[in-house]
Design a protein around this ligand. Structure first.
Ligand code: FES
Length: 323
């Protein structure tokens, strides 16, 4: 299938990269791994572990974790789980063919390893292994101590052969929930001081890991989660005030800031509605945004002067926007 360069793809090419599908292989049932390269073979921008790219998928943009090596890579590798009830982005990427061109953002990351960590405990469920694969690869390369707990249905784990080779006995795989939960409870109780925990997977797994770490007395800043955007909770209500007009717009729990603004007649550019494409970025004049996106960098988050309206909310009862 040759891909037409839609307006979205043209935008992505101008803002990011235009890459060619070098190969496409099944990685596990329902999971397809794509390797993307520059059409002229030039090295691609380097990226730290835990990075993702946003891929133009026809009329959508979706974020996918980069699973390959990050230093001046020849390829970007992503593994795409087919979601039949999704928005069509995964279906699109399961149909692209070798030689097709895709618009791709430069790598971004909100899930990088903490440089001062003395040890890493990695926890993954299902396709949530993808951001952790690059963490494991870097930890192995740099000789950093770690262990990885990976829960997946029998035969449905992604990248298992590569993980077994990279990790050896540091990898433990769990086909059942009870066994995984027992191992996790033990693991969070037995880590030495200075360990950081990184988790990615479905909402239930993330909630369990946060609760287990809390019971074991882990400070929040040592637990790092990459949450699938579909798993966001409804959040607390708040009010968006618009600096230009003085309008005050209620944002109830379960309604995004973007939706509340749209309902009030204020159009905001948007595309993915998943916190990955960067289209709905708004400037914050006053108040503390509660970031839940995958787009802003740690520095941009810390600056506190921008919010992604489609997924993020407010720590304060009122958030004033430059609108
Ligand atoms: S619409 Fe894509 S980040 Fe909000």
């Amino acid at each position: 299938m040759s891909v037409d360069l839609s307006p979205t793809a043209v935008q992505a090419r101008e803002a990011g990269l235009l890459l060619q599908v070098a190969d496409a292989e099944p990685a596990a049932p329902g999971i397809r791994t794509l390797r993307l390269r520059s059409p002229d073979g030039a090295p691609l921008p380097s990226f730290p572990p835990g990075s993702h790219i946003v891929v133009d998928c026809g009329t959508r943009r979706n974020a996918y974790s980069l699973t390959g090596p990050g230093r001046e890579p020849e390829f970007y590798s992503v593994s795409v789980l087919l979601r039949p009830d999704g928005d069509g982005g995964s279906d699109f990427l399961h149909r692209v063919r070798v030689g097709d061109l895709l618009g791709v953002s430069r790598p971004r990351s909100a899930f990088v390893p903490v440089a001062t960590a003395r040890r890493h405990l990695y926890v993954a469920g299902g396709i949530g292994i993808t951001p952790l694969l690059s963490h494991v690869r870097a930890a192995t390369e740099w000789g950093r101590p770690f262990e990885l707990l990976y829960a997946h249905r029998p035969g449905a784990g992604a990248h298992t052969a590569e993980l077994r080779e990279l990790c050896g006995e540091r990898l433990r795989e769990f086909p059942g929930r009870a066994e995984f939960q027992r191992a996790l409870e033990d693991a969070v109780r037995s880590q030495p001081l200075g360990t950081h925990l990184y988790v990615c997977g479905p909402a239930g797994l993330l909630d369990f890991v946060h609760a287990a770490a809390g019971r074991a007395g882990w400070p929040q800043e040592r637990v790092h989660a990459e949450r699938f955007s579909a798993a966001l909770d409804p959040g607390e209500p708040f009010t968006a005030s618009l600096a230009g007009t003085g309008a005050r717009i209620p944002v109830p729990a379960g309604v995004s800031l973007l939706e509340a603004l749209e309902r009030a007649g204020t159009a905001v550019p948007h595309m993915c509605r998943q916190g990955v494409c960067g289209e709905c970025r708004l400037r914050v004049v006053r108040g503390r945004p509660l970031h839940r996106d995958l787009y802003l960098s740690p520095e941009e988050r810390a600056a506190g002067d921008a919010v992604m309206a489609c997924v993020s909310r407010s720590h304060d009862e009122e958030l004033e926007l430059d609108l």
